[in-house]
Design a protein around this ligand. Structure first.
Ligand code: BES
Ligand code: ZN
Length: 430
C-alpha cells in the first residue's frame, strides 16, 4: 500500500484555505497549527451530502437479512470506494423465525374452543397429555409435581418465558400453556431465540386461562392436545461493512466509529439509523486524505435491530490484542431527528470515559446511560465506548413516520462536527 505523506494535511489545509482566500487565512498557512487542520477538516463536512445520503438510504425499510438491507450495504460500499477506501464485508448468519400457520388447543371430552397464541420461537409439534397446574413454572414449582409426559399449565410472573419453557421441558413435560394476567395481551411475545430443548408452547388470554383452570378444578383429570404447525427457522444473512484507514505503524492504537444501517420492519428508518449511517459516511470521506497517528476503523453494522447482532459479531471476532489496541469507540444512532431532545452522549453504565471526556471538551453535552445500541458490546469488552443520539427520542421512532421530512440538516451537521472533532482529538492523544 502507498503510504500517504505527512504533508498531506498541510496541503489539504492549504487547498481549502486558498479557496477561502482571506488574508487572515493566508497568515495561518505560514504556521499551521493542529487546530487549523482540525477546523479545516470540520469545515469540509458537507451537510447537503449527509442529508441526500439519508434520503437515499431511507427510500425503503432496510430489515436485516432482506434485499433492501443488502442494497444499503452495497450503497455504503460503493460510496466508501469512491472516497478511496478498500472495503471489507463481514457476513454473518442469524435465525429467522417463521410463525406457525396453525396453533390449536383442544380438550378431550369438551368442545370448548380456545384461541391460543404462539410465542416467537414456539416450536411445531402435536402433543397430548394430562394438564397439570405448575404455578409460575419456576424450578422450585416442579419439586413436588410430576409433569413427565404431561402438559404444564403456568401463570406468568417475572421470570423469562424461555425459562418457563426450559423448566417445564427439564421436568419432562411435553408441552406448556402459559396463562396471561389481566394487564397483558397474550400476543407479540418472544422466547428470545431458538433452543433445541423447547417443547410446544402457547399463550392463553386471562379469560381463557381462567376457564381452563376452572375446568381443571371441576374435573379429576383433564387431557389436552397442543397443535403447532408450520413454525420454522430459516437462516438469513446480514453483514457488517468495514473501511479501515491504517496508521503509520501496524500495531498502533485504534479508534472505531460506528453506526447501524438496518431498520425495523415498515419503518424507512431515516432517523433510525440512516442518519447515523450517512454521518459516518461523511466522516469517513473527510478523513480519507488526512494523515493519522492511530488506525481509524469505520464500521457499518447490520442487524442491530434484531439484538445488536452486527456489533456483537464484530466484537466476537476481535482478538484480545485488537481489543487492547482499541482506544475508543464512538457510535451514532438516531442523530438527525428534528423532533427529538438535545444531543446526548450515553455509556452503558452512565459513567464518563475517554470518549465522553473528549466530547465534553468540545461542547457541553448531557451524559446518560443505555445499552440499546452498538456501543454496548464494545464497552462490555472493556473498550471506552459511547453513543451519540438526540434524546429523548422522537415519538415516531420505529414507525412508518420515520421519514426524511422529519430530519434536520443542522442536527446532522452538529453531530458530524462533534464526532469528527472527537475522533481527531482521540487519535491525536498519546
Ligand atoms: N436506535 C435504537 C436505540 C436507541 C433508543 C438509541 C433510544 C438512542 C435512544 C435502536 O435501533 C433500537 O431500537 N434498539 C433496540 C434494542 C436492541 C438491543 C435490539 C431497542 O431499543 O428496543
Ligand atoms: Zn437504532
Amino acid at each position: 500500500m502507498v503510504r500517504k505523506s505527512l504533508y498531506l494535511p498541510v496541503l489539504f489545509v492549504l487547498s481549502i484555505l486558498i479557496s477561502a482566500c482571506s488574508p487572515q487565512h493566508v497568515q495561518e498557512i505560514i504556521s499551521p497549527s493542529s487546530n487549523n487542520i482540525e477546523s479545516a477538516i470540520i469545515d469540509n463536512l458537507d451537510a447537503d451530502k449527509i442529508y441526500s445520503n439519508v434520503k437515499e438510504l431511507s427510500k425503503e425499510p432496510r430489515v436485516a437479512g432482506t434485499v433492501s438491507e443488502k442494497n444499503a450495504a452495497n450503497f455504503i460500499t460503493e460510496e466508501l470506494e469512491t472516497y478511496g477506501y478498500s472495503v471489507e464485508s463481514q457476513p454473518f448468519d442469524f435465525d429467522h423465525y417463521i410463525f406457525p400457520k396453525l396453533v390449536e388447543l383442544t380438550i378431550e371430552g369438551f368442545d370448548k374452543s380456545f384461541s391460543p397464541a404462539p410465542f416467537q420461537y414456539s416450536v411445531s409439534g402435536n402433543v397430548t397429555g394430562e394438564l397439570i397446574y405448575v404455578n409460575n413454572g419456576l424450578t422450585s414449582d416442579y419439586e413436588n409435581i410430576d409433569v413427565r409426559g404431561k402438559i404444564a399449565v403456568a401463570t406468568i410472573s417475572d421470570i423469562y418465558f424461555e425459562e418457563m419453557v426450559l423448566n417445564a421441558a427439564g421436568a419432562g413435560a411435553v408441552g406448556i400453556i402459559i396463562n396471561f394476567k389481566d394487564d397483558l395481551q397474550n400476543t407479540g411475545w418472544s422466547l428470545g431465540k431458538h433452543h433445541d430443548d423447547y417443547i410446544p408452547t402457547i399463550a392463553l388470554s386471562t379469560n381463557e386461562g381462567k376457564s381452563l383452570l376452572n375446568l381443571m378444578r371441576d374435573n379429576e383429570s383433564v387431557t389436552g392436545t397442543i397443535t403447532i404447525e408450520g413454525a420454522d427457522i430459516e437462516k438469513h444473512e446480514s453483514q457488517n461493512i468495514i473501511a479501515t484507514k491504517s496508521s503509520k505503524n501496524s500495531g498502533d492504537e485504534i479508534v472505531i466509529v460506528g453506526a447501524h444501517y438496518d431498520s425495523v420492519e415498515s419503518s424507512p428508518g431515516a432517523s433510525d439509523n440512516a442518519s447515523g449511517t450517512a454521518v459516518l459516511l461523511e466522516i469517513a470521506r473527510v478523513l480519507e486524505n488526512v494523515s493519522n497517528d492511530k488506525e481509524l476503523r469505520f464500521l457499518f453494522f447490520g442487524a442491530e435491530e434484531l439484538g445488536l447482532l452486527g456489533s456483537k459479531k464484530y466484537v466476537d471476532e476481535m482478538s484480545k490484542k485488537e481489543i487492547q489496541r482499541t482506544e475508543a469507540m464512538l457510535n451514532m444512532d438516531m442523530v438527525g431527528s428534528a423532533d427529538a431532545g438535545p444531543l446526548t452522549i450515553f455509556t452503558v453504565d452512565g459513567f464518563s470515559n475517554k470518549v465522553t471526556d473528549t466530547a465534553k471538551t468540545i461542547q457541553k453535552i448531557p451524559l446518560d446511560f443505555t445499552d440499546r445500541s452498538d456501543h454496548a458490546p464494545f464497552q462490555k469488552a472493556g473498550i471506552d465506548a459511547a453513543l451519540f443520539s438526540y434524546f429523548p427520542s422522537e415519538e415516531w421512532y420505529h414507525s412508518p413516520k420515520d421519514t426524511i421530512d422529519r430530519i434536520s440538516k443542522e442536527r446532522l451537521n452538529e453531530v458530524a462536527s462533534l464526532v469528527t472533532n472527537s475522533v481527531l482529538k482521540l487519535s491525536a492523544q498519546k
